[in-house]
Design a protein around this ligand. Sequence first.
Ligand code: CO
Length: 149
Amino acid sequence: MALRNIVYSSEPLIRKKSKVITDFDERLDILLEDMKETMRKNEGVGLAAVQVGVLKRAVVIEACGQYFELINPVILNSEGTQTGPEGCLSVKNVSGDVVRPYKVTINAQTRYGDNMVLTLEGMLAVVACHEIDHLDGILFIDKMIEKRD
Ligand code: CO
């Protein structure tokens, strides 16, 4: 396992669309382990593969005492709204309020390629939406309604 360097919002790569993962192999295992380690080291609550320079549709999330890996995640349904502050390891020194769904149902695959459907609420829904946006090159600052100091 290894720490990977964070890609910042000043780098064009962060705006690229990530590709669907079709190979559930050892390289994916290593990527996910490195992403987990890099997220923890940087005290993040989520990380998308593009943030470590890999344009693949993989995210890791760790919040509310739970850890998730989502491969090729797709939001099937969202309900309600919530507004709260967000930050991003790729966007230094900025935080601000974003409106997100309160609850999302997501279809994704595990690192072994098994399909799963999960429903996340509250902060976990916020983090999942934030990370899934990264897979399409979208940053929270694009959606921010108010900047916080
Ligand atoms: Co982010």
